[in-house]
Design a protein around this ligand. Sequence first.
Ligand code: BG6
Length: 507
Amino acid sequence: MTWQNPLRDPRDRRLPRIAGPCGLVLFGVTGDLSRKKLMPAIYDLANRGLLPPGFSLVGFARRDWADQDFAQIVHDSVKEHARTEFREEVWEQLSEGVRFVPGSFDDPEAFERLRATVDELDAARGTDGNHAFYLAIPPGSFGTVVQRLKQHGLADVPDGSWRRVVVEKPFGHDLESARELDRALSEVFPEDSIFRIDHYLGKETVQNILAIRFANTVFEPIWNANYVDHVQITMAEDGGIGGRAGYYDGIGAARDVIQNHLLQLMALVAMEEPPAFDAKTLRLEKQKLLSSIVLPRRLDLTTARGQYVGGWAGGEKVLGFLEEEGMPPGSTTESYAAVTLNVENRRWAGVPFYLRTGKRLGRRVTEVAVVFKRAPHLPFSATSTEELTQNAIVVRVQPDEGMTVRFGSKVPGTTLEIRDVSMDFAYGGSFTEASPEAYERLILDVLLGDPPLFPRHEEVELSWQILDPVLEAWARKGKPDPYPAGTWGPESADAMLRRDGRVWRRP
Ligand code: BG6
């Protein structure tokens, strides 16, 4: 057997992972996502020394800009939104690789210019033919753009190089459109070159669900229907839809986040242990779990949807959903959605998973709460345990990242009184390193060609299969139920849990 230096083991995930020679072409540079998340994340990666020295960033948009104008836009977005400190020398180096190509998606000449730019970068900055095309644009344009990339030779992979395409959700608006979208992409790029971003998977706390479950012995033995009563997955936002009516109307809370972020979270919480942490087995376990999810029969009783009405939230007077700028009058799009999902396998039979999300709720918080059954027998008087609820393990995804274990404890004193207490793990208290932003991790993974955190098309399809019947039932019903801004959603959502003898957590 030959000796292997463990420091050279490519599976050693502790080594800094630095991207090799490459560039990123960004479509949709004028959008919010690019400005608030993508450009700052690219700078943060450069600042952390994780990008190659010749890294290039090409912006493509229908704007009459020169390279310097685009560089200024990137500069301003970095200054405003980057996570790490601004360092002139890092910016100088990064900005040398910034280029801009003006043009529209249907303009062949613009794609010729793009091709010439990419060639120039390969020659001048040593990007070696390695380019990722990031489509931060409405999915309706994915097909046109990838076809253009193909026609102009940009999807052709020079020997020893790579070409990848990165797409952002929404991956369609139902199963059928998701399939069409996938057909359009896979006509040009092979599956292993398509990177679908679900930015929740890039979050430290979301990845930590796997570490918590599979690196410890104390949790997994009780992580099943023998001990778990139910699971609540909450993604609550205090903000409204602001200036996003154009995107949000007709999409709504379920398509916007349940189809992707919340179902992915559920998959990580409920799946079986993968044999290894590689893309193939991890995705396979998620896929298996997603294919075991079934909806209850009575969707009218086991789902809820709402729309916020104006009022006071956080001491501020806020508009109702229908009054938001650009919202068509009478829109029936939901800003709140809750669903009950069952998992038909031995581990989870009989344990409901309640998923909820909404805009203009009481607080911005995302968490996964695994709520346990009551002890089968309490050798205490009923009055001693009046304030004891159910044990729970809560993974706090954001903000205030960490985990809480809730259990009963005796209240100090001469009587026997048992009350809930919690044991807390907070990132800030245990680690000195700040967590990277989700997009830093995901962009780096794209450039490294590391796929575990990117959902496969099969997962996207399965998620739509789960949600489509709910969306159809809601469409037949008409209007969502109103809820006042700053509250925890419509009454129907509380009624949904009440029927099961349970209540939503108030994080
Ligand atoms: C996006 C949704 O995917 O996630 C938005 O489209 C939502 O509607 C956002 O506001 C929330 O992301 P985060 O990372 O702030 O929880």
